[in-house]
Design a protein around this ligand. Structure first.
Ligand code: RAT
Ligand code: ZN
Length: 407
């Protein structure tokens, strides 16, 4: 049975429902190669724990120099045993590159000679995924320019309309919307809300996103007397209903607890999931894809999902994406929700990260599913290969396809 579970997991192509990757047409926004892998912010956070270099000195360096400093501190002077460092080792190995050299010469030479198109194909193949969902921010100036100039879509890279700037930074972003021709104001008036809906509809047409998404702090409340709450309820949720799209809520991030280390400086806090309960109950016509960052919120999320079928838990996000925690959360979800959830997304920012992140997910899920089927068989129900295939397909493809209409 264990071997069948592993085989099915290995041969089923997954859909990666949340990444920060971009296709070739997005130029420099798409990150790949050894220097990008090494300067991943998960590794930067670890670097500052093992190096005497100050963040200020580090951020002054060029990217290749940063990569070299991280390689030296985390891979040469120390054993790369953390999840993020092991990931780089696994990627190097997957491409037949040495994993214990004192410098990056060979790895750099390898990536330099890759043809990007073939490399993307090979990487997706090695990762066992056939589509990845991007994070698309219409108010990011660089991204906006690319979308406006009609970048050629790549069917493997699907879009998700990210709302963080609009929802969290209205006081500085409303003028951007105004400059794009929307009659909005600082006071989030009724007229403004109609205009935000028009903005979302127009970007929906341009991007063809599978869902809208926002990350939310641990302090998130709903309903609330905030601009975020107003835009969410008056513009975003009605727009999602009208456009028949789910909204993804990623709850529990404490942004910039240490601004000195920039992107690596975000933290986590336990959220009050009463807010989510209120949303699911008040908006039965809306569908909520939800991931929570705090380990302490996972059980409540499962209980809520048992109450509301318009709630789909997904992924073990960010700091939770380590084998021990993924195992714990996935067991809990299966025990409470069967196959009615989406176990994981990669959150990859650098193309080749797909390889190790999905490999690790498969290893952990093989353990969890194998144990689950053994319990089921012991209880008296034989488990066939077709059952396992159906379940894996539902978990890693079907649930998302059903919610987003992705073929
Ligand atoms: O996991 C990450 O890389 C974080 O920095 C965030 O991007 C997070 O996943 C998010 O989407 O906000
Ligand atoms: Zn993310």
């Amino acid at each position: 049975m264990q071997m069948v579970v592993e085989k099915v997991l290995d041969t089923t192509k997954f859909i990666d429902i949340h990444t920060h990757l971009f296709p070739r047409a997005f130029g420099k926004l798409g990150l790949w190669g050894i220097d990008e892998l090494l300067t991943y912010h998960y590794l930067e956070a670890e670097f500052f724990r093992s190096s005497e270099m100050s963040p200020e000195a580090y951020f002054q360096l060029s990217k290749p120099k940063q990569a070299e400093a991280i390689w030296k501190a985390l891979f040469v002077e120390n054993s790369p045993i953390s999840e993020a460092t092991r990931g780089v080792v696994a990627v190097l190995r997957a491409f037949g590159l040495p994993t214990d050299t004192p410098d990056l010469r060979e790895a750099r030479a390898f990536f330099r000679k890759q043809n990007l198109e073939n490399h993307v194909k090979q990487t997706l193949n090695l990762a066992g995924v056939d589509s990845v969902v991007m994070t698309n921010d219409p108010l990011d100036p660089e991204e906006q320019r690319i979308w406006m100039s009609g970048a050629e879509p790549d069917p493997r890279f699907r879009s998700a309309l990210r709302l963080d700037r609009i929802l969290h930074d209205w006081p500085t972003q409303w003028q951007q919307l105004q400059a794009l021709g929307y009659a909005v104001d600082a006071q989030v008036s009724d007229k403004s809300m109609v205009e935000v809906r028009r903005f979302l509809a127009s970007w929906h047409q341009r991007m063809a996103p599978l869902y809208m998404a926002v990350s939310l702090p641990d302090t998130f409340q709903f309903p609330d007397e905030t601009i975020c709450s107003r835009i969410l309820s008056v513009a975003v949720l009605p727009a999602c209903c009208e456009l028949r799209m789910p909204v993804a809520l990623m709850i529990g991030v404490r942004r910039q607890v240490n601004p000195r280390i920039r992107l690596a400086g975000d933290g986590v806090g336990r959220a009050d999931l009463q807010a989510l309960e209120n949303l699911c109950r008040t908006y039965p016509e809306n569908r909520f894809l939800v991931t929570v960052l705090s380990r302490e919120n996972q059980y409540e999320l499962c209980v809520l999902a048992r109450k509301f079928n318009n709630l789909m838990p997904f992924g073990c996000w960010w700091f939770l994406n380590t084998p021990s925690i993924v195992e714990e959360i996935s067991r809990e979800r299966i025990e409470m929700l069967g196959t009615s959830f989406i176990p994981q997304h990669s959150d990859a920012r650098v193309l080749e990260q797909l390889i190790y992140k999905w490999r690790n997910t498969r290893v952990t899920m093989a353990k969890v599913l194998g144990d689950t089927y053994r319990l089921l068989a012991r209880d008296g129900r034989p488990v066939h290969r077709e059952d396992i295939e159906r379940d894996v397909k539902r978990l890693f493809r079907g649930n998302f396809q059903k919610w987003t209409g992705l073929a």
